[in-house]
Design a protein. Sequence first.
Length: 383
Amino acid sequence: MYLTKCAVCATELGLTMGKKCGRCSTRYCGPACQKQHWEEGGHDKLCKLIKKAGGAEQYHANKKYAESVTIAAEACAEDVKGQTCFICTQALHWKTKEGLVRMCACRGTAGFAHVSCLAEQAKILVAEAVENNLDSKVKTERFARWSMCSLCKQGYHGVVRCALGWACWKTYVGRPEADSARIMAMNQLGNGLRAGEHYEDALSVMEAELAMGRRLGVSEEHLLIVQGNLAGSYEMVGRTEDALRVRRDVYFGLLRLNGELDPDTLREANNFADSLCDLDHRDEAKMLLRKTIPLARRVLGEGNEITLRMRRNYARTLSSGGDTLDDLSEAVDTLEDLEQIARRVLGDAHPFTESLGILPQVREALTTKRRNIFLEGCGFGPG
Ligand SMILES: [Zn+2]
Ligand SMILES: [Zn+2]
Ligand SMILES: [Zn+2]
Ligand SMILES: [Zn+2]
């Protein structure tokens, strides 16, 4: 978590309020908490250590990184038995002794790695792009290595994404606040925390990111993307009305700035539709998806995760209405097609593929509907 709270009483300090320890930058709401932390909270012993690690934010990031790597390796332990890292070729990391992970779309014996090795690779590739002053598109692609598998080209998910988020943040947190890698790292951390289901922490990182972006005067487009992420966290903590409000703004904002074919616009169109479904604005969601699915298919491709998500949401608007035979049968067809594509592109264990587990239920609704219509036709009435 980005440190925005008093270390003693957890009062929210935003990015700038309160007081910092002059040596290690640990943050407090005021002198009383600082004094208490020193005298009774053990800060007298830790202060030097924190300073040596590079200050409170860095110390915290290092600690959370180590914890998150352990969690990721434990979650993958069964899956990685007998495998080796595709980067360092070892099963145990030579230095950290951490275990292997794999949470992307790689299958068979491909894609097993140490979080440390993945992080080291991303760090080197980003540094090289900066050193050689490669253009911004290449830099963005290189930076994506902090969250995307280089072998299957799919995003990491779950606790592995979370560990990589901490890895990224720990790598760049020591840089000046306006440094572009640090700004992007904060974004990786927020999305990683969400993937690891640390929703409250994700929310506070994203709120800090938005406040920082506004203060630094980053582009309107960047602010909209941060707000889009923030809306996702609102949704996860149950603030669905807030999520819908922000997502509407983000979608129409990006539409105006980047046009309807931009991948960010398309992703936010789907997120907006998702929020509309959540709050039962089914017709509006349906209309939006009817317009944007053909665009996503054309621009991003059939196997792209955004295209797949849009189509799943569309099936959801059809089946949750559940009114007509045509709707239900189109929902079943769509879900069957999606299941095939998702198994091929993302693999069976991917959260998206698992989310298609609703298919049997929709099939059953269709069967019931057909039977009722048949019975009505025979003069038996519904039921
Ligand atoms: Zn305090
Ligand atoms: Zn201190
Ligand atoms: Zn390795
Ligand atoms: Zn992969």
